[in-house]
Design a protein around this ligand. Structure first.
Ligand SMILES: C[S@@+](CC[C@H](N)C(=O)[O-])C[C@H]1O[C@@H](n2cnc3c(N)ncnc32)[C@H](O)[C@@H]1O
Length: 232
């Protein structure tokens, strides 16, 4: 029985991978990388490509559709977990790679639950990764919280009311998954006087990184999926 690893690869820069993650990725027999659409590049895989030897290691690209259709999601999670488990049962160690941290809004969380429920005999190890939030704050030179301050992390998909509520109760609010609600968020930040205290960060750690602090620029921008906002 081999070990199943959930490996956090950080936000997209190979230098922001832990030494442990690198050691495990170089040593495993199988690596499973997630994509949301066939043929699309995997950010996690691009981040660790230099540590993988495809002559020696098997690389599996697995599709996890970006959908709210629970049945399709569950079936993709189950297929991936069963595939990983079958390799581990055959004595091959497997790493599931994920951007940022594996226990922070990651598909790995759903796979972990399946391993625990259906394959409790298989050992699982999780390697933490640098989250996009920490990397973004560092790039923006922006302290996230200090002293007694409180921080809220809100996926914008939770809805505009939740964001309003968080802005009222927390000194710092980090908004993830901002793309679908971007226009409404911009309007809310304008109405609540957050123009001077909002930072927008896209694709942190990658060559396409963007850090915007000017509200006019933030408002005019069309964000992609890998973007977040830090609001003080
Ligand atoms: C499913 S969550 C994954 C979070 C990830 N596990 C982490 O620890 O950062 C996806 C959201 O995280 C944020 N995100 C992830 N990687 C990012 C990056 N490189 N730059 C900016 N935001 C990122 C975006 O808000 C994106 O919509």
């Amino acid at each position: 029985m081999a070990i199943i690893y959930g490996v956090g690869v950080g936000p997209g820069n190979p230098e922001l991978l832990t030494r442990k993650a690198e050691r495990i990725l170089r040593g495993v027999d199988v690596i499973l990388a997630p994509v949301s659409r066939p043929g699309e590049p995997s950010v996690a895989l691009e981040t660790v490509r230099e540590f993988i030897d495809e002559d020696r290691q098997e690389l599996i690209i697995h599709q996890f559709p970006m959908t709210s259709d629970k049945a399709r999601l569950v079936s993709a999670w189950q297929a991936a977990a069963s595939l990983i488990a079958s390799h581990a049962e055959a004595g091959r160690s497997v790493a599931f790679i994920t951007i940022g941290d594996p226990l922070f809004y990651s598909t790995f969380i759903y796979l972990l639950r399946i391993f625990q429920q259906q394959f409790p005999h298989l050992p699982v190890e999780i390697i933490p990764g640098i989250s996009s939030i920490n990397a973004a704050a560092c790039e923006a030179l922006l302290p996230l919280v200090e002293g007694d301050e409180k921080i809220a992390v809100v996926p914008a998909t939770a809805g505009i009311e939740i964001i309003v509520d968080s802005l009222t109760h927390f000194e710092t609010v980090v908004l993830l998954k901002v793309k679908p609600l971007y226009g409404e968020i911009i309007e809310l930040l304008r109405m609540t006087g957050r123009e001077q205290s909002t930072v927008f960060v896209e694709r942190v750690g990658s060559p396409r990184q963007k850090v915007l602090t000017d509200f006019a620029e933030i408002s005019a921008h069309s964000p992609d999926y890998l973007s977040l906002m830090i609001v003080k």
